[in-house]
Design a protein around this ligand. Structure first.
Ligand code: FUB
Ligand code: ZN
Length: 635
């Protein structure tokens, strides 16, 4: 099973089109201004001029330029005349001119420490940055032929491959990413599933991690190496001795059972491991264990992950505080990246349920509806202390959401061959026109409907008549009574691994339709999740809802929901986000004005109120204000 690349997909769904337009037409330009004004491009220019010293920003800031280039590639691919195109060409040439003849490129080391390259792999992100360069290079080549960036990317990859690997130096990056990039480069060079030199290097890097002696343990004992990252030793130690959990170096991946350490790092590692293991091998079993631990004990209902700020990552089971949730935007991106790969590895639809949760909630909450204001952390509750900003000093999230939203089309479907021929798996039936590549019969389909709003989804065949391709449509977890029709006639498809499968020879106009209706539903949490005790969260389909002060006119903490009353659909959508909004009955709790901090129960008052609930992803688009995902409920 391989992704149907975004170039085979034309999205018509107004929800995702609006998200993409906000990024392509507003976000990319705003990000580029930040990238320029913060000195990120100047770092490259200085390298090109052969200067030394004067690096501006953080040591991994090059990666933001590369992620921006990747996102911009998707914009130009979908809109060849997009006004961002000349900027893309200029940034590519700025980057290309900075590369050393060896292929090495990292402006921090080139300017500040040219004699210390690859001496501090645990902290200093050289391979992480070059990984993002490689991903950008591949996106450019896939999106619009080439832009010169692919050559830069390949030279960087070759430099790394000449330095590290079996029989060479044992080394890999403290922040995973390069592994994913190498796999992508391999696919671009040889085709999916070919398993060439870059794929083998990625696998080796995944498999070497966690072995003893640890390369990182040796590094943190080296005082010279640690001069550039004095904070790293304490991150990787536990009670004084080396643990390596922060950067997933505590054990080989095949022995992992719990998700630990830095959330983004771990997601990128497991995403790469899902592409370098085979079904049934010990690494795959480990990935299943870790996935279960993550999704049943350590994931917010929004698909946000990594509750803690101190390690930007994981703590213990059921530790899911709402107001202080770290839940970095990039971590939700990472979860989507891992989930889609688990889905393709196993063929099971349930992974896409999580991908969908992360995409529509924890990832999208990270960007404003306008496309140019961002959240780094994604709390599930606020008393008004959180607000979106145009940029961050550590700005990993804005260009990361941009590249994910830009390439959302590649998550709609996968293609491949099953035992009975070609299969088109539709994971996210977002309204779009899709065609399968030549090897898969060049079949064209139109997906219709308003997914993920509950309702009817249609998959209509648009030729060429006679195409023999099985369509496997994911049945989402939130629809408990899906019904199906074939050319208007009700039928019962076979359900295989969570997909409704239809195998036939298609003729023009044939249509499969699926009724994915669902009522608004209240969810409660496992009582071990203390933060959610006595509270409920409203979901409609995969969309998590919240209550904002801007709608209630009072702090949402005072609201008590009547969960026995069915929420009613709001007649209008307050912010044009394209999803439904709901009226929820409840009451507003108060103490009389001037009351003491504490008062006898009989002094409290309750007034009935009906409150508008909006999608969590759309919160804080009307300025900073209080918000709750988990509201108190009437018992
Ligand atoms: O270190 C690079 C990125 O910056 C990480 O993925 C984020 O968590 C942030 O620390
Ligand atoms: Zn981030």
């Amino acid at each position: 099973m391989r992704p149907l690349e975004a170039r085979w997909v034309a999205i018509s769904d107004p929800f995702w089109r609006a998200r993409q337009e906000a990024i392509f037409d507003v976000g990319l330009r705003a990000q580029l201004e930040q990238i320029e004004s913060t000195g990120r491009l100047e770092n490259f220019r200085r390298c090109a001029r052969g200067e030394s010293g004067g690096h501006q920003g953080r040591y991994y800031d090059d990666s933001d330029v590369y992620k921006w280039l990747e996102a911009a590639a998707y914009a130009v691919q979908q809109h060849p005349d997009h006004p961002i195109r000349p900027c893309v060409e200029e940034v590519v040439s700025i980057v290309a001119n900075a590369q050393e003849p060896s292929g090495y490129i990292d402006t921090f080391f080139q300017l500040m420490h040219p004699d210390k390259k690859f001496t501090n792999l645990s902290a200093l992100h050289e391979m992480y940055c070059m990984g993002h360069l490689i991903e950008a290079g591949v996106a450019h080549r896939q999106a619009f032929g080439d832009s010169g960036l692919y050559g830069v990317a390949k030279r960087a990859a070759d430099h790394i491959a000449a330095t590290f690997g079996p029989g060479k130096r044992v080394g890999f990056c403290g922040h995973e990413e390069l592994e994913l990039a190498l796999i992508r480069l391999d696919e671009c060079e040889l085709g999916v599933g070919a398993r060439g030199e870059y794929w083998h290097l990625a696998k080796w890097m995944v498999d070497q991690r966690g072995r003893r002696p640890s390369i990182f343990e040796a590094e943190i004992a080296d005082t010279e190496a640690m001069k550039l990252s004095p904070w790293m030793p304490q991150m990787v130690r536990n009670e004084g001795s080396y643990s390596g959990e922060y950067l997933q170096d505590h054990a080989p991946v095949s022995e992992h059972s719990f998700v630990v350490g830095h959330a983004v790092r771990s997601m990128y590692l497991y995403a790469a491991a899902s592409e370098t293991c085979d079904l049934g091998d010990p690494t795959e079993a480990a990935l299943q264990r870790v996935w279960d631990n993550l999704t049943t004990q350590r994931m917010y209902i929004t698909g946000g992950i990594g509750p803690a700020a101190h390690n930007e990552g994981f703590t213990t089971d059921y530790d899911l505080p709402h107001r202080t949730a770290y839940a970095e935007t990039c971590a939700a991106v990472g979860l989507a990246l891992w989930g889609e790969r688990m889905g393709r590895l196993t063929g099971e639809a349930r992974y896409w349920d999580v991908v969908e949760r992360a995409l529509y909630n924890g990832m999208l909450s990270g960007v404003s509806l306008s496309g140019d204001r961002y959240f780094y952390t994604n709390p599930l509750e606020s008393q008004g202390e959180h607000s979106r900003t145009p940029w961050f000093s550590c700005a990993c999230c804005p260009p990361n959401v941009a590249r994910l939203i830009g390439s959302i089309g590649s998550r709609i479907a996968s293609v491949g061959r099953g035992p009975e021929g070609s299969v088109l798996w539709i994971h996210l039936p977002v309204a779009s026109r899709i065609s399968t590549p030549k090897e898969e019969g060049e079949a064209r389909f139109q997906i219709g409907g308003a997914y993920p709003n509950p309702g009817v989804v249609t998959v209509q065949f648009q030729g060429p008549t006679g195409a023999q391709v099985a369509v496997a449509l994911r049945v989402p977890w939130w629809c408990e009574s899906a019904t199906f029709a074939w050319n208007g006639e009700r039928f019962e498809p076979k359900i295989e691994q969570g997909y409704a499968v239809i195998r036939r020879e298609w003729k023009q106009g044939d249509a499969l339709s699926a009724d994915f209706s669902a009522e608004p539903r209240w969810f409660v949490s496992n009582p071990k999740n203390l933060s959610a005790l006595g509270r409920a969260c409203l979901m409609v389909g995969p969309i998590v809802y919240c209550l904002e002060e801007a709608d209630l006119g009072a702090a949402p903490h005072r609201f008590v929901a009547d969960v026995a009353a069915r929420p009613q659909l709001c007649e209008s959508n307050s912010m044009g986000h394209g999803l439904s909004e709901w009226w929820v009955k409840g009451s507003l709790e108060n103490l009389p004005d001037g009351a003491d901090l504490y008062a006898p129960l009989e002094k409290s008052e309750r007034a009935p109120v009906t409150a508008r609930f909006i999608p969590y992803m759309a919160w804080c688009n009307r300025g900073a204000n209080a918000m709750q995902v988990w509201v108190r409920k009437e018992t």
